[in-house]
Every structure is written in structure tokens, then in C-alpha cells.
Design a protein around this ligand. Sequence first.
Ligand code: SF4
Length: 289
Amino acid sequence: MSSSTPGTPEPGTSPGTPEPGTGAGSRSRSRRTPKAESRLAMVRRARRINRELAEIYPYAHPELDFRNPFELLVATVLSAQTTDLRVNQTTPALFAAYPTPEDMAAAVPEEMEEIIRPTGFFRAKTKSLLGLSAALRDEFGGEVPGRLDDLVKLPGVGRKTANVVLGNAFGVPGITVDTHFGRLVRRWKWTEEEDPVKVEAVVADIFPRSEWTMLSHRVVFHGRRICHARKPACGACPIAPLCPSYGEGETDPEKARKLLKYEMGGQPGQRLSPPPDYPGRPAPALGAA
Ligand code: SF4
């Protein structure tokens, strides 16, 4: 399934990982990483997983709807503690009411709270958005800055949010370590680190910068569709031959297939306006079926 990806030269010698190709559910695949896998072998396996994911999800993309850096920044702040779907169902009304940082900074807090209520923690999020848009208006001429150092100084904006905005609105390579990304890279034994900043540093060392943004999308796509937190669908997972955690979830192919989500499971996606190459159905608007 894999082919070489430009910009990801293979390091040195033998892969140290058994070849894929055993049938789904085969017992021979469980615990398939050698006990003492060398760093070189792990890097080769990690890059191979990235190439496989690129073939499985050629349409991987950020799952927040946005039309400009300001909308992406706001949507990412709103996405804390909720799903991208819920954010996407909420932002059309929010951006209709406050299309620019100037408009948002002048909002009546109670009115904004009502609009973003479906995303949860709406009082704290309203406070962040008011502070954020006032800072954009007063310190950055109403524009979202394209530098990490500036972005993380904005109210409610951490490193993760800043990387999402840099990677997807400014084309600056960034690794976004969210709950899915952290879980999957630990299952794949790329690292045992729990701290997102340390995970980011480890992964940045494995891949060239040119891969960082798309790798982040692919890993999150896989975590949302197949490698779920509680019930990973191992029996329907195309990268099972490369995964040392195969068997942590359902290995029966038929039962595993029923666990697949979004376009993989024939369900709508998270975006109301997905990119044209997305093979699934768009998400419904708020209140629709
Ligand atoms: S679904 Fe199972 S086999 Fe696939 S990546 Fe996750 S843990 Fe590994």
C-alpha cells in the first residue's frame, strides 16, 4: 500500500518490523514490534505508518470550518472540551453576527454567550473571544498574527491552538498534539511521553518539517475513525501490521467494521463545508437531523 513520499528520506538500514500482509485478525500480528526495537527501526516504522495513512486518508484536512485565519482562530478556541462538529454547527451564526475582530470585540457578552452556548463553557469562551478580538484590534491592526510568539500571547490561545492556526491558515509547518494524536503515537510506541510539548518535540525529530501539518491531520483522522480511545477497530485497521498495540481493541473484522466512524462508517463528517475531495457526506446544520 505504501509508496515513497517526497521529502521523507528513509534512514539507513533494516526496518526491524515484520512485513505487513498477514490477514486481518491474524494472531501472528499481535505484539509485532521486536522487544528492543532500535531507534532507527522505530523511525522507519513511523515514516511507513505516515505513508500508509497518506494513502488511506488522501483527503485529510482540519475538521473545523473556516474561511480565514480569524475564523480558524475563533473556531479552535471554541473547540476546547467539545467536538469539531458542535463548533461547526455554532460558528455560522457567530460569524454572521461578528464577521471581524472589531465586530467581535464590541459584542454584548450576553448575546455572544447565547450564540456559543452549544459549545459548552460558554461564559469562559465568551471572555476569551472578547479578549482575543480586542487584542487583535488593538495590537495587531485587526489581523491574526502569523508568528507563534505573538499567537500564544493572545487570551485563550495556547501552543496547540497556535499550531493549528499556523499550519492551516499560514502554511507554517506545525505538529498539533491533541488527545487523538497523543494516544495514537503512544500506541505506536513512537514515544511514551504524556506531556504534549514533549510529544511534539519527539515527533518533530522523526519527521521532516514538510510533513508536520499533514501528519497531524492524518493521525487525528485515524484516531477519530478507526483507532478510538476505548474501542479501537484493530480488525479493520489497514496499518495493523505496523502497530505494536494491535489487539488492544476489537480484532474480529466484522465487529471491527461496525466501529468505524464518519466516511469510513458511511456516516456524515464533522464539517458542514468539507473540502471538495472529501468522500463522505457533510455534517448537518444545528438542529437538523
Ligand atoms: S486500531 Fe488497533 S491496530 Fe490500528 S492503530 Fe489502533 S491499536 Fe493499532
